[in-house]
Ligand binder design. Structure first.
Ligand code: PEP
Ligand code: MG
Length: 746
């Protein structure tokens, strides 16, 4: 192989482009490509290996190796040099392949006579599709120019060819973007949905990958970069007087947009024969590949910035905006890398489901999806590159599984699942007006959790007795500036209006930890869940809570009002917060406003310490509500947002239940009404166990009321309680197995 010049590369790319434009399709085309590359690179061998499935690579075309090996030779990811390139997404360049670490001899290919080996990953937007290999007999290492040229060719190959078409002899030739793909993500909100893909930000389609005039392409790139920088400057200036934190982030973004290194790399790609768009995509793809391997969150953020800037640049170069003019399909299922809560609310209830590449269970988008009862799957890696607008898609929010372009078998099985859910739903609807009465005659008060006006219709449809937890922070989270008192007052009064006399328990602002307001200074805390959050912020900066209480009192306008404070860890916090309420109340009276007919003030028990507060506290509060999500994370010292630990600890463990029983007993003794409003209240098995240990009021997501009521109406709480007690007494660490056995038996 000789030293390559830039014109060699340009010529090769043009020949490749011409081959693509020819009539020839399928295998013949791929064979021609390997021939062209080998010829142009003066290498004896050029082979293309493509992924058959997530684990296996298949030799799909070769010039120089034995033709019989094509579609026969297969390697697992990580196996042999080819498998190692695929796994590491990095180049392997060695002069003596047979003596290299990881080499695997494949006799059917006849490759033993070739000594030098260079393999580069074939990638499309960070996703590895296969490996491009050149080999030669001569004992030599390929130069960096040669490797670079191979990478450029691999990129063009990934973009130009429907590579999926060449894999799997017996499975037929299905093209990329036509195969069915399964994504395993994380459940963000339960439920199953069937519909068509609607991309939140459709991917920019680059059609001209190869250029004839590098000079002209560099001018186009430079002009586009200038426009991009101008755009970023405008954003920075617009918020220059605003939030300092946000300005800092955007300044870092601008610095990146001005990076010489980035521009230089793209110009070098153009010199190899790529168009300006293809050069941007090549660097974007490299950044995405790096992103998937970087653990450091700061570095990942920077790579994200580059990804974002690349998208903007591509839109400038191609003139493609985010609005492609495409019509939103019937039963749309939204696909996005990530989405803000306000944007998601804009789509409203017309979405059947949401699938995100990123996101977290506690993210704002997840909160909104839950409020709207839309099935949500998060962490579905690569779905935005794979999905096209209008593709059929099935979402299983309960399992966190997504089937894109499903085959008939999957689609049929899924339809059965949806039908079963609909059947269950009908059963729950029939129970709507029935009480949640157990077989031993205990009636449980089932309420729903809410936070948005959009939740209120569920009050009727779910049959909830009221709202046991109204998360007022949602209104603050979905805005980009602090809401005004008058806005809040209007909203709260609409909420009270819609409740038609049913009780709504408004929880005062619970921010901090995972709930960060973009317009409040973001303080850097090592342990935000244990940090400055919830009532702690409210007491240190009382003006927001004061404004909120004023809005609530004015909204109540003489009606009953219930307020509760989040994360009370010790009695003094409750007393201080209550004092503030009393002061606001006197102020409102003085101003001549209508004060609530009855005002109840309660606290959330979310830290283990509160159970041991002095007796007076229990009589001073009008009610307590156990926030199981936070309580569990503090009880077990396991971050509720951390996938590595959050599932390790069971609500039905003997230790946690024993603690909860202690809380209930204290409340009984001191006559303090107590309820439970964490996520566990909405899980039928957990819910009946909570009732068996003494909770008689639960608040949960509206969609859970039906399933919880259905199970409650079948259990005998006394029997269940006896089973749980004897299990705990016998030294079991969890009552789950015994409870599940009992439920199966009823
Ligand atoms: C809880 O912690 O259980 C709770 C209901 O509050 P949130 O989930 O909003 O923190
Ligand atoms: Mg909480």
């Amino acid at each position: 192989m000789s030293e390559r010049t830039q014109t060699d590369s340009q010529q090769l790319l043009r020949r490749l482009r011409d081959t693509m434009a020819e009539e020839q399709k399928g295998q013949a085309r791929l064979d021609k490509i390997t021939h062209l590359i080998a010829d142009s690179m003066s290498a004896e061998v050029c082979s293309i290996y493509l992924f058959r499935d997530n684990e296996t690579l298949e030799l799909c075309a070769t010039e120089g190796l034995k033709a019989e090996a094509v579609h026969q030779t297969r390697l697992r990811i990580g196996e042999g040099l080819v498998g190692r390139v695929a796994r590491s997404k990095k180049v392997i360049n060695t002069e003596n392949a047979p003596s290299s670490k990881g080499f695997r001899f494949m006799p059917e290919t006849g490759e033993e006579i070739f000594s030098s080996f260079a393999g580069v990953p074939i990638q499309r937007l960070g996703e590895t599709l296969g490996v491009l290999v050149t080999q030669s007999k001569q004992l030599r290492k390929f130069s960096s120019e040669e490797i670079y040229a191979l990478e450029v060719v691999a990129m063009v190959l990934a973009e130009m060819t429907e590579l999926g078409a060449f894999v799997g002899d017996e499975t037929g030739l299905t093209a990329l973007h036509q195969q069915s793909v399964l994504f395993r993500g994380t459940s963000g909100q339960e439920g199953a949905a069937k519909g068509s893909v609607w991309l939140h930000e459709p991917r920019v389609v680059v059609t001209n990958l190869v250029s004839d005039d590098p000079k002209e392409e560099k001018i186009r790139l430079q002009n586009a970069v200038d426009l991009l920088r101008q755009g970023v400057d405008e954003i920075v200036d617009k918020i220059a007087d605003g939030d300092k934190e946000q300005t800092e982030i955007l300044k870092a973004f601008r610095m990146f947009a001005n990076s010489r290194g980035w521009l230089r790399r793209m110009e070098a790609d153009i010199d190899q024969g790529l168009s300006a768009e293809a050069a941007v995509e090549k660097e974007q793809s490299a950044a995405r590949a790096r992103m998937s391997q970087v653990a450091d969150s700061y570095m990942r953020e920077r790579l994200h910035d580059l990804d974002d800037l690349s998208n903007r640049l591509l839109r400038i170069l191609t003139g493609q905006g985010t609005d492609t003019g495409a019509e939103i399909p019937k039963d749309p299922i939204l696909i996005a890398r990530n989405i803000g809560p306000a944007e998601l609310l804009d789509y409203g209830r017309k979405l059947k489901a949401v699938v995100l590449e990123e996101g977290s269970v506690g993210s704002h988008a997840a909160i909104v999806a839950r409020a709207l009862s839309i099935p949500l799957v998060i962490n579905a890696a690569n779905i935005t590159t794979e999905a096209l607008n209008g593709d059929p898609i099935l979402v299983d929010g309960t399992q966190g599984i997504v089937h894109l372009r499903p085959d008939d078998n999957v689609a049929n099985a899924f339809s059965e699942k949806i039908a079963m859910e609909a059947e269950n739903q009908a059963r729950y609807t029939a129970l709507r007006e029935e009480p949640a009465k157990t077989t031993d005659g205990k009636i449980i008060d089932l309420r729903m959790n809410a936070g948005l006006m959009a939740d209120l219709p569920s009050l009727t449809s779910s049959g909830a007795n009221g709202v046991g937890l109204f998360r007022t922070e949602l209104q603050f989270l979905i805005r980009n500036q602090m809401p005004k008192r008058s806005e809040l007052k209007n909203l709260y009064s609409r909420v009270l209006e819609a409740a038609k006399g049913k009780e709504i328990v408004f929880r005062t602002l619970d921010i901090g930890s995972d709930k960060v307001l973009s317009y409040m200074p973001n303080i850097n805390e090592a342990n935000p869940a244990l940090g400055w959050r919830a009532i702690r912020i409210a007491l240190d900066r009382p003006s927001i809570m004061r404004m909120q209480i004023e809005a609530l009192i004015r909204a109540s306008n003489g009606r009953n009002l219930s307020i509760m404070f989040p994360l009370i860890s010790q009695d003094s916090e409750f007393y201080k917060a209550k004092e503030l309420v009393d002061r606001v109340l006197s102020g409102e009276k003085r101003l001549g406003h209508n004060i609530p007919n009855e005002l109840k003030v309660g606290a959330m028990l979310e830290t283990p310490s509160l159970a041991y507060a002095p007796e007076d506290f229990f009589t001073a509060v009008d009610f307590l509500s156990v926030g199981g999500n936070d309580l569990k994370q503090f009880f077990f010292a396991a971050d509720r947002e951390n996938e590595l630990v959050r599932r390790k600890y069971d609500t039905l463990s003997s230790s946690f239940l024993t603690y909860l029983k202690f809380v209930i007993n204290r409340c009984k003794e001191l006559k303090t009404p107590i309820s439970f409003c964490g996520e566990d209240a909405g899980r039928p098995i957990e819910a009946v166990c909570l009732c068996a240990i003494g909770f008689s009021s639960l608040s949960m997501r509206p969609a859970s009321i039906g399933p919880v009521k259905h199970l409650l109406r079948r259990v005998n709480l006394e029997e269940l309680s006896n089973i749980m007690n004897s299990e705990i007494a016998s030294g079991s660490s969890s009552v789950r197995t015994a409870v599940e056995k009992y439920i199966k038996s009823i």
